[in-house]
Design a protein around this ligand. Structure first.
Ligand code: DGJ
Length: 743
């Protein structure tokens, strides 16, 4: 045996990956002679060591190395000039702001004596399952930081976070705290990141990394529509099918920041965690601050493989397990839902909802969700938020008759809530005007006529948990759509001393997570959607506690193709709820067929959100047929490997995706035309990810292939020769879908 394996203490765990992935061991090794830490998982190796100064220095992040390979002892990079100090040049795993660090530090602390410097050196470590906890301490002050590392065996995605502890006798203030810094050596990289706004989330941006910093962030108290906490760095150009890509996602639903920085020597680092803007967390003696977790991974298979790894990781490691399924199972594919929002707005009533439920059940819907409007004095968005009692004018006998009817129709029942908000026109606000985020003596800034409750407060937390628990206990509810329709402003918390109030940024989110955790524990069968006026709260933190997300309020089926494309870089189709709504669509006045709308939504987890009372028999028949077809292939779509065959962005006339089941037994292809131009044909789709030696039979779900296309052919044929949709597939807003089943 190579000495590396003899002298290292080995924490080895074998995790069985999905069928298509070779089960791989994740291993964490420490080599005492060189003080080197190494983590292997999937096709990735990550290594760092203690250098001669005692700093933790990154050594390697990339393709998996042989078990026999070892690293030389970490040595700090030298001082190049008096303006390029060794401290600044050395890629430190987690540096305090001290010793002349000009790059983004991971941690900045201020002390009561005016000192603001922190120089963290290695103290000790311990092995944990598939990883390490490494303890660092300031060279003089009793500030201790424990860095947590856990490697995922199947995907090679590494989870990193930090715990900062004050072991002194005086309070200190943490001004800035990252979860991790990820470093790459000098080279040319392309940065990908997601931005947007309400109704237009998930815009994929790609640009070369240049000298200086690109800041991705939310200062809004929640994840935000404007940027999503995900990044990818590709070596050279970012391409879909090949090339090295390093990618990561931050698990935090509050204000967050990632700084992608190219330093003066062209080295690149991504430092991410709490947003330091307006941050200041006081640590009293003995207290600790836990950062969010920053997950990152690596692939040589381009942007496509990067997202497939993330999707698999989300399904296997992040999302809550479905109650009742055996240990180790993935969450079950989402039920097909109906949601009342676009049909009725706030104007809900027992009779109206029952009429919609009858229509929905006839289509093959599994879950009926009543949206906003059922509670308090809620007629529009001016009143009612905070008063979570059933509106007696709309539901004279409570929710039970509606829920019973929905059950009798063979569906389960879901309900909309927006727990963190209050309208000033509500009993709750009249009783507790002090419960909102506000600065004393200043006019309160409303958005959508609502204010944000300060969930950091224990009494607000108790109220929210109490009413949610009551609603779930008193009613047979399978699902909550948890909405959140504005961002923070004026984040004051004047019940705390002035110097302590900024901890609201942390305590609010922690209380949100703790309510979700407790609700799930007490009501294990209840599933939850994270919605924030669409996709304003989608991140790996909230996804640990919710089953799905509402990707956007914009349900225009063509706009959705572009949004769904961007979404897919970071998040699995399993969680991406997509409704079929009415045509022409309210956003763009674009008219499309039911089939086009259905196929657009079938790229994710399908829902119907149209006013189906107005649908004619033909539309009903199409929707019914396609819902049935969707259910047969849903596991491949929602949990298979996604291949983006043609991007809908950049003014493309065409777009296409393919989802392949993990065991390669089935694939589903979606093809869309925005508008053909001058009769140019739809490109022949060269499929991906199939077993080349297996035979696959082609079945049309919607539309048809060219008449020369064989009914059965090998995986090699479909991948090399391709699927030709023929000259008949042309026009504006056309859609086709196919399934391939292994014989
Ligand atoms: C915003 C959500 O995104 C919509 O789907 C709907 O639930 C409304 N809020 C209701 O107010």
């Amino acid at each position: 045996m190579h000495p590396i394996l003899k002298t290292f203490s080995i924490a080895l765990a074998l995790t069985v990956g999905v069928a298509s992935v070779q089960a791989q061991a994740a291993a964490a090794y420490y080599e005492a002679a060189t003080k080197t830490f190494r983590l292997d998982g999937g096709n990735t190796t990550y290594a760092f060591g203690v250098n001669s100064r005692g700093e933790l220095q990154q050594l390697y992040w990339g393709g998996r190395l042989a078990g026999t390979d070892s690293f030389p002892k970490a040595e700090p990079l030298g001082e190049r000039t008096s303006f390029d100090s060794s401290f600044n040049n050395t890629p430190q795993e987690y540096s305090g702001w001290g010793n002349g660090i000009y790059v983004e530090p991971a941690l900045k602390v201020s002390f009561p004596d005016g000192n603001r410097e922190l120089v963290l050196h290695y103290v000790s470590h311990k092995m944990v399952a598939n990883g390490f906890d490494v303890e660092l301490k300031d060279v003089a002050k009793p500030i201790v930081v424990v860095l947590h590392y856990t490697m995922d065996a199947a995907t090679g995605i590494l989870a990193r976070s930090a715990t900062i502890e004050n072991r002194g006798t005086l309070a200190v203030t943490v001004e800035q705290a990252a979860a991790a810094a990820w470093m790459l050596p000098a080279s040319h990289y392309t940065l990908s990141y997601l931005t947007g706004r309400w109704g237009s989330e998930w815009t994929l941006n790609q640009e070369p990394v240049r000298a200086g910093s690109r800041v991705l962030e939310s200062r809004r108290g929640s994840t935000g529509h404007q940027a999503n906490p995900w990044f990818a760095l590709a070596a050279g150009e970012a391409t879909e099918d090949a090339g090295e890509v390093w990618f990561g996602a931050l698990a935090w639903s509050g204000s967050w920041r990632m700084v992608v920085e190219q330093d003066q020597a062209n080295a690149v680092r991504v430092t991410g965690g709490f947003n330091p803007f307006d941050f200041g967390f006081v640590l009293h003696p003995g207290q600790r601050l836990e950062t969010p977790v920053f997950y990152s991974g690596y692939t040589q298979g381009g942007m496509g493989a990067a997202s497939r790894l993330l999707h698999r990781f989300e399904l296997d490691r992040i999302l809550p397990r479905t109650a009742g399924l055996p240990e180790g199972s993935r969450p079950k594919p989402r039920p097909v839902i109906y949601n009342s929002w676009e049909a009725t707005g706030f104007n809900v009533s027992e009779a109206g909802q029952v009429a919609l439920a009858e229509r929905a059940a006839a289509l093959g819907v599994d879950r009926f969700v009543m949206d906003d409007g059922w509670f308090g004095q809620r007629k529009d968005d001016h009143a009612g938020l905070g008063d979570w009692y059933v509106n007696k004018q709309k539901f004279p006998n409570g929710l039970k008759p509606l829920i019973d009817k929905v059950h009798a129709l063979g569906m389960d029942f879901g309900l909309w809530v927006e727990p963190e908000m209050v309208n000033p026109n509500s009993d709750l606000y009249r009783q507790h005007p002090d419960w909102v985020l506000a600065f004393p003596g200043r006019p309160r800034m409303e958005q959508r006529n609502q204010l944000v409750l300060n969930l950091a407060r224990p009494d607000v937390r108790a109220y929210l948990f109490g009413f949610l628990d009551k609603v779930l206990t008193e009613n047979d509810i399978a699902f909550l759509k948890w909405d959140y329709n504005r961002n923070w402003s004026q984040p004051g918390w004047d019940q705390l001393p002035a110097g302590e109030q900024k901890r609201v940024y942390v305590d609010y989110v922690r209380n949100l997570y703790s309510i979700l955790t407790e609700l799930r524990r007490k009501h294990p069968k209840v599933e939850i959607e994270s919605c924030s006026g669409g996709g304003g709260r989608v991140d790996l933190g909230i996804l640990r506690l919710t089953d799905e997300v509402w990707a956007s309020d914009n349900t225009d089926p063509y706009d959705r193709l572009i949004q769904q494309y961007g979404f897919s870089f970071a998040y699995t189709p399993q969680v991406m709820m997509a409704w079929v709504t009415d045509s022409p669509h309210w956003e763009n006045q674009r008219a499309t067929t039911v089939a086009y709308r259905m196929l657009s939504s079938m790229q994710g987890s399908l829902g119907i959100g149209a006013n189906i009372s107005k649908w004619g028999p033909e539309d009903v028949a199409t929707a019914k047929r396609l819902i049935a077809a969707y259910k047969q292939v849903q596991p491949a779509i929602a949990q298979g490997d996604l291949y983006r065959l043609i991007a809908p962005t950049g003014g493309s006339a065409f777009s296409a995706t393919e989802n392949v089941k993990a065991d390669k037994s089935q694939a589903v292809v979606f093809a869309f035309i925005h508008s053909t131009i001058e009769g140019y044909p739809y490109p022949v789709l060269k499929l991906k990810g199939l077993d080349p030696a297996a035979e696959y039979a082609l079945t049309a779900i919607e539309g048809k292939a060219d008449k020369a296309v064989p009914a059965v052919a090998s995986g090699a044929w479909w991948m090399n020769h391709g699927l030709d949709l023929g000259a008949d597939f042309h026009g504006d807003f056309q859609a086709a879908a196919f399934r391939l089943d292994r014989k």
